[in-house]
Design a protein around this ligand. Sequence first.
Ligand code: APR
Length: 250
Amino acid sequence: MNEPQVEEVVKILAGAGRVAVLTGAGISAESGVPTFRGKDGLWKQYKPETLATPEAFERDPKLVWEWYDWRRGLIAPVEPNAGHRTIAGWESLFGEMAVITQNVDGLHAKAGSRDVIELHGNIWKMRCTREGTVEEVKATPLPRIPPVCPNCGSLFRPHIVWFGESLDPVVLDRAYGLSESCQVMFVIGTSAIVQPAASLPYAAARAGAKIIEVNLEPTPLSPHATFFFQGKAGEILPLLDRQLRKRTRP
Ligand code: APR
């Protein structure tokens, strides 16, 4: 690791009160959750237009649910990794700290993070297509595919933002608010191409925040980041954490 860069980042973090962390699929990769665009990524194996769009669900809700049931089965047994745990531990280190995630796996909350903004929804939640009510259902495999609303009998759909759909405006507003008020924004394990999430670091930078990117490889954001750490989040974050705690320990 680039020691002088680590030193500089730790100095900045030691003086930071408001920190935001934007994460993508890469933070969960070391827990065994497939990413989307990586070597064995989901979108290398499956066509998003046949599984993750409102049209696909309209066409074949059973197929779409079989795929989500499979993904739920993959995610259910995995544990948060050192990257998730480090971020959860930072909540007590910084005055204001929030996690803004594109991930639907729920691993930040499982690691103990209390303030998590889920931009793209949550794979453990489903929504009634008629009443709009949202329910958390953890059963894997699902007892019935496609699942239906116990109240009105209509189809449930995954409570996930699909391609071509807008994010919940309340959720997005909060994400922008945090991005524009933070002093430091970490951007971890995202290819930084999917909008509107990919715009958040630029909003933060425009508002004066330092951008610290952690990724296995450079992304379109890297030339604009204040610091870029190339490597695994589960290795780099604990290292930064150790240096930071060494510096801030009374
Ligand atoms: N540590 C750090 N970065 C990693 C690691 C790791 N261990 N493993 C992979 N990465 C990086 C990859 O290099 C890549 O840049 O994580 C990124 C994952 O990118 P994507 O697979 O594109 O996932 P993400 O950016 O979260 O996708 C955004 O697209 O498909 C939609 O809604 C879906 O939320 C998702 C959105």
